[in-house]
Design a protein around this ligand. Structure first.
Ligand code: UD1
Length: 351
């Protein structure tokens, strides 16, 4: 099938593109490179040995974006383009409502116009807010606590109501838990443009010496060691979940939602210890105050995806840490120049 991947050059998008190509799909990447690097495309071509069609377009530029639908034959869309920083969304809600909500509505309207009726949308466990129960089933109460989360939930609701009105569409929403890790090749991974907000890229930058120590946000939660618990999922497992979701689109019409998580929670300290174990590098840390907006515990009930998509995460926390470290070690500056070059790369057997 021909799949349009919006945001396909991003951290999650790039891993999805590899899985799509490796399962025989043709892809068209649309990305405005606002939070990604052109070098990703070279890396994708090197890994897959395929020429990749990529269009440096902003999906919010309707005129330009419409040309993609006019010029390419598209069977399905995986929609990841959007902004994802909680903090930024609190300071700039207009940006989030425009990019995440308005531009998704425009995308669906183009899909409708050009009779592209299959959509996988990238949602987030953030729609559960402070969960009332763990593991969290898809039926849990939804409530959001910041504009980023609210725009994800608003898109979910829009897609639900749209699917009620238009029975030719097949839409799957995937609620991601905490994607970490990197492709086994060590050639693509997470490359934050600024100091990382999320745990794993922070740890890997402490490991390279770029950052002096990790701040652990609170050790007074009611958890086994007092630190927050999350459902970390390997980004390659997450990407495979998208391929399964995509393949299920042709079998069922309407709107469906799935959690993509492992179903298991790990504390911040467990992640730090596992990272130290697989990398052999000590991670100095300080305990600081809780971060505003953080919940104590969040992990998925992952049974629905297993039953209905025949998908389950397979990789362990050790795999996630090892792969994240391989990526960071090979690319201390992310995709930017000054990295270790081919020939000096660290391969699987070295770790
Ligand atoms: C965060 C976002 C969430 C978003 C997700 C995307 C917040 C409040 N939540 O999730 O909406 O969907 O990223 O990936 O920003 N931690 C530290 N020190 C650090 C960084 C994190 O102790 O430097 C802790 C956090 O307190 C938390 C855990 O590590 O307990 C995971 O944090 P993070 O990786 O930022 O993910 P979330 O907060 O779960």
């Amino acid at each position: 099938m021909n799949i349009l991947v919006t945001g396909g050059a991003g951290y999650i998008g790039s891993h999805i593109c590899i899985e799509l190509i490796q399962t025989g799909h043709e892809i068209i990447i649309v990305d405005n490179f606002s939070n990604s690097d052109m070098e990703v495309i070279n890396r994708l071509e090197a890994i897959t040995k395929k020429k990749i069609i990529f269009l440096p377009i902003d999906i919010c530029n309707q005129e330009e974006f419409e040309k993609v639908f006019q010029n390419y034959s598209i069977d399905s869309v995986i929609h990841l383009a959007g902004s994802k920083s909680v903090l930024e969304s609190l300071n700039d809600p207009i940006k989030y409502y425009l990019q995440n909500l308005v531009c998704t509505i425009q995308l669906v309207s183009l899909m409708n116009k050009y009779k592209v009726h299959q959509l996988v949308f990238s949602s987030s466990a953030t729609v559960y807010g402070t969960p009332e129960q763990c593991p969290i089933p898809e039926t849990a109460t939804l409530k959001t606590e910041n504009p980023y989360g609210t725009t994800k939930l608003a898109v979910e609701k829009f897609l639900y109501e749209f699917a009620q009105s238009n029975h030719s569409f097949s839409i799957v929403l995937l609620r991601y838990f905490n994607p970490i890790g990197a492709h086994e090749s060590g050639m693509i991974g997470e490359d934050p443009f600024t100091i990382p907000n999320n745990l794993m890229p922070y740890i890997t930058q402490v490991a390279t010496g770029k950052l002096p120590f990790l701040d652990i946000y609170g050790n007074d939660y009611s958890t086994l060691d007092g630190t927050g618990i999350r459902d970390y999922i390997h980004v390659v497992d997450l990407a495979k979940g998208h391929v399964k979701a995509l393949e299920s689109l042709k079998e069922k019409y309407g709107w469906r939602v799935f959690n993509l998580g492992t179903g298991e929670g790990y504390s911040v300290l467990q992640v730090v210890k596992t990272f130290e174990y697989v990398s052999g590098i000590p991670i100095p840390y300080l305990i600081s105050d809780r971060r505003k907006g953080d919940v104590a515990i969040s992990y998925a009930d992952a049974t629905k995806a297993k039953q209905q998509l025949n998908w389950a995460a397979e990789k362990t926390l050790e795999d996630m840490c090892r792969d994240a470290w391989r990526w960071q070690r090979n690319n201390p500056n992310g995709y930017k120049v000054g990295n270790i070059r081919e020939g000096q790369l660290v391969y699987l057997t070295d770790l």
